[in-house]
Design a protein around this ligand. Structure first.
Ligand code: TYD
Length: 192
């Protein structure tokens, strides 16, 4: 199973992925986590480009769209392993939310695997800006307002669960467990 976490910057994806992983392992599942951008050569280049002051400009966004698509091809083979649950911090759905135009991004990501379950951590933009260090150029209010809206529209195209990420870590974590449990046949009473 391929579970993808998405959300605007600061939504708490990495914390929640780790908590979900621990819980699934306690329930006897084999779990592997993935992160995009990856730690490949392309992923490293992406992280450098994200620091540029003009990262939201059209030209740099197009470059990033190409690089993100290339970077994620490195992890696609792994996902064929049916013995594990893969939980990924971002996917091609990030590219659809952050880059444009959508038709072009879709073509670039033709070979990217669709998630079996999309967990969208929905956070208020003001909270996002307050939580992030502002180090990446994407972490600004106007840009993220558009990204948040894109996510809510995109979610409709996939099997998805929208989680209110404005709550505390424990509440968000238990909401995620409740959302994931039915897909894995875990009994509701087993949710800690
Ligand atoms: P993120 O996981 O939020 O990194 P950090 O650890 O710095 O919080 O991802 C880095 C940024 O890359 C984030 O602003 C979202 C952006 N991004 C895209 O714009 N398109 C993509 O396809 C992906 C995977 C990420």
């Amino acid at each position: 199973m391929y579970i993808v976490f998405e959300g605007i910057d600061g939504a708490g994806k990495s914390t929640q992925i780790n908590l979900l992983k621990e819980w699934l392992e306690a329930n006897g599942f084999r779990v592997e986590t993935l992160i995009e951008p990856t730690d490949s050569e392309v992923g490293k280049l992406i992280r450098e480009i994200l620091q540029r002051p003009d990262a939201t400009s059209d030209r740099v966004q197009k470059t990033l769209g190409l690089l993100f698509a290339a970077d994620r091809m490195f992890i696609m083979d792994k996902l064929e392993d049916k013995s594990k649950i893969f939980i990924s911090d971002r996917s091609f759905i990030s590219s659809l939310a952050y880059q444009e135009p959508a038709e072009w991004i879709e073509v670039l990501n033709r070979y990217a695997k669709k998630p079996d379950l999309l967990i969208l951590l929905d956070l208020d933009v003001k909270k996002s800006v307050a939580r992030t260090s502002g180090g990446d150029t994407f972490e600004n209010e106007e840009f993220l307002t558009g990204v948040k809206e894109n996510y809510l529209n995109l979610a409709e195209n996939y099997e998805h669960q929208i989680i209110d990420a404005n709550n505390g870590v424990n509440k968000v974590s238990s909401d995620i467990k409740k959302a994931v449990a039915p897909y894995l046949g875990i009994c509701p009473d087993c949710i800690l």
